[in-house]
Design a protein around this ligand. Structure first.
Ligand code: GCB
Length: 651
């Protein structure tokens, strides 16, 4: 272990170590005044803010659907919108009507549509009127917000109904009693995206809060992607029957010989103790509920297993019944597959699998982080074209439609909570708040995505730190220990919530290796040849190879490189390859793939990144962009994309 640390801390290229924190200090000279103001403002506000430490209840987060028993209204479209920099909206009752609204699409980020909203991270209001036909009367009606980044407060007809914190996961609230029939009803959602130290991801602040401005950027964040804000996923209204309804469905699949065994748990509302049915493919069987739940095993003889080259889905319908009549039903498509770790191998359906693919972002011009179905369809097409079988939802949960598509198209997903920018040198108090939120986020994510066969692993953090990254100093012992205790608890909670999938943590270059010992798979991000060993790919490849061997010796677990890549200006060329050129990106990727191919314990290689993406303005980020994509932001291939295709294409 010591040898490993020593190695990553050595700079054998003769260049001085780069610390991103130092970089901030050096490069933020121009932006220093702005940054200082932003820091003291956000931190002062944080002092007064109510810390969102209380755990929020998670009910079932089933994706809403329409059928004989359920209604569904998608409220996507143009909403009214108003920034509230002075935070006067609540006192002035903007939940009744916005005083001077403009139009804003939902889903969408607010940042790219109006210049005054571009870098805005404060409070903003969304308002929308819907007509409620009395045809829905007699049902229970819920409002579901797919994601509101970061903190949301929701009013219906002027009445505050709920709050939610955490930017990328849905929340649901019952609105039945607040609705007016055959009239217009006003929904108001206040959304706020301050970068506060006690949040996850943490904002930058004096006395704590990650590495302030990882890239020395503006807006100031602890992470390297643009802090897009707003209602990023659809808002939906749905109804369920008034008596009992299906609240949650949990599917766990196993393989016995040639058979698939589907373990099904159904939760119904209100201690339901009646009967039900389940249909899986052409198998139908009765269910008996007690105290609102039922559990059953269903065997599918000679099952067609779900896998990337044949992502077969079986239709599953769960029903509640009252005598011969069905009173509620819910359908989903399930895949029968297993995912496991055996020694240093990752096994899909009992067979070793190697992940090929990328870290991605939800990022596109104008729509920002808003759910963008054309982007998703094109991204999956490009993944198919290039021969990738997987990606990671860096650095937050992605849209539910993206997860549903992954099931259908046979793409494997490492599913990540928004825990990016954690730094265990911060105070114990901040760490405790973040722990509460990480546990809440993993709970909400598992509740939302547990039935997707495409999700093969949970990732609980990206690049947590215990001191400077990239070998710019030894991790601090106390911080390493604080992280150890933190991740032990997050691991145990994740394992309690999902006993089936491997759990991982994505480690930063130069970070403490010990934390990997807690997890099932070792995932690491490495930038030898970019942030260190700049321009020296032979030395970079050697450093990588040595570290991988040491990690394998230490842990004997599967290893995945979840990030490796170089910023590359599209159209920049040079011989011999130099940094920022397309040739350099190709040569860098070639070295890494070669090193991995020589090591049978390598379970996957995810290039950083799938496409160029927007980040804060910074000296190290040309054009406010991270250019490590192998595709441009609009999906045009760089040379590296063609190179990867020759390596990965399914033959
Ligand atoms: C990382 C981060 C990622 C950054 C990337 C980079 O290690 O996980 O969010 O974008 O490095 O390009 O520096």
């Amino acid at each position: 272990m010591d040898a490993l640390q020593r190695h990553t801390n050595d700079q054998d290229d003769g260049s001085p170590p780069i610390s991103r924190r130092d970089l901030l200090r050096r490069t933020a000279a121009n932006g220093a005044a702005v940054a200082a103001v932003a820091l003291s403002k956000t931190y002062a506000e944080a002092d007064n803010a109510e810390l969102p430490a209380k755990s929020q209840p998670v009910r079932g987060l089933l994706y809403p659907q329409q059928n004989q028993h359920r209604n569904l209204l998608d409220l996507s479209g143009l909403w009214q919108f108003q920034l509230d920099p002075n935070e006067e909206g609540e006192a002035e009752e903007w939940f009744r009507a916005l005083p001077s609204p403009r139009l804003m699409p939902v889903p969408c980020s607010w940042n790219d549509l109006f210049d005054d909203a571009h870098n805005y991270l404060g409070l903003a209001w969304y308002s929308h009127e819907i007509f409620m036909p009395s045809g829905w009367r007699g049902h229970r009606i819920f409002l579901r917000v797919g994601s509101a980044t970061y903190l949301a407060k929701l009013w219906m007809n002027g009445k505050l109904l709920t709050e939610h914190s955490g930017g990328q996961l849905p929340f649901v609230v019952e609105v039945t009693e607040s609705l007016l029939w055959d009239q217009k009803n006003r929904i108001t959602i206040a959304v706020e995206n301050k970068q506060l130290p006690e949040r996850v991801p943490p904002g930058a602040g004096p006395g704590g809060g990650g590495v302030a401005g990882v890239m020395g950027g503006f807006p100031l964040t602890t992470y390297d992607f643009f802090p897009y804000s707003g209602l990023h996923r659809p808002v939906q209204l749905f109804s369920v029957p008034p008596s009992a309804h299906i609240d949650d469905v949990t599917v766990v699949t196993n393989i016995e010989g040639k058979d698939g065994v589907v373990n099904l748990t159904v939760a119904a509302s209100g201690q339901y103790a009646g009967r039900g049915k389940v249909r899986l493919g052409d198998i139908e069987t009765d269910l008996t509920f007690g105290d609102g739940t039922t559990n059953i095993d269903i065997r599918i003889p000679s099952a067609r297993l779900w896998r990337p080259n044949d992502p077969h889905l079986y239709p599953l319908t769960v029903m509640l019944s009252d005598g011969p009549s069905i009173t509620d039903s819910y359908s989903l498509d399930i895949g029968i597959r297993t995912i496991a770790v055996r020694k240093d191998q990752l096994l899909l359906n009992g067979q070793p699998i190697k992940l090929t693919g990328f870290g991605k972002h939800e990022d596109f011009p104008l729509s920002g982080r808003g759910e963008n179905l054309p982007m998703w369809i094109r991204d999956y097409e490009l993944l198919r074209w290039i021969g990738a079988n997987s990606y990671r939802t860096s650095h937050y949960p992605y849209a539910e439609e993206a997860m549903r598509l992954a099931d259908r198209l046979g793409v494997l997903v490492i599913n990540e909570i928004p825990a990016v920018g954690l730094n265990f040198e911060d105070s114990a108090e901040l760490t405790q708040h973040r722990l509460t939120q990480c546990k809440q986020q993993i709970k909400e994510l598992i509740t939302r995505d547990k039935n997707h066969p495409s999700t093969i692993m949970w990732n609980v953090a990206n690049e947590p730190m215990a001191g400077p990254p990239l070998g710019a100093g030894q991790p601090a012992a106390q911080a390493v220990e604080a992280g150890q205790q933190f991740f032990r608890q997050v691991y145990d909670e994740t394992r309690r919530l999902d006993p089936t999938r491997p759990i991982t943590l994505v480690g930063v270059q130069g970070g403490p290796p010990q934390w990997h010992g807690i997890f099932d798979v070792v995932c690491i991000n490495r930038y030898y040849g970019w942030y260190t060993h700049a321009g020296q790919l032979d030395q970079a490849a050697k450093a990588l190879a040595d570290e991988l061997d040491q990690l394998h010796d230490s842990f004997r677990k599967p290893i995945i490189i979840t990030e490796f890549g170089t910023d590359t200006t599209p159209g920049a060329h040079n011989m011999p390859p130099e940094m920022w050129t397309e040739e350099y990106q190709v040569e860098f990727l070639r070295r890494y793939l070669t090193v991995a191919a020589e090591r049978p314990f390598m379970a996957g290689m995810h290039v950083w990144a799938f496409a160029d993406f927007k980040t804060g303005q910074a000296t190290m980020r040309a054009d406010g962009m991270n250019l490590k994509g192998v595709f441009t932001r609009d999906g045009r291939p760089k040379m590296a994309a063609h190179f990867l295709r020759t390596q990965w294409s399914r033959k």
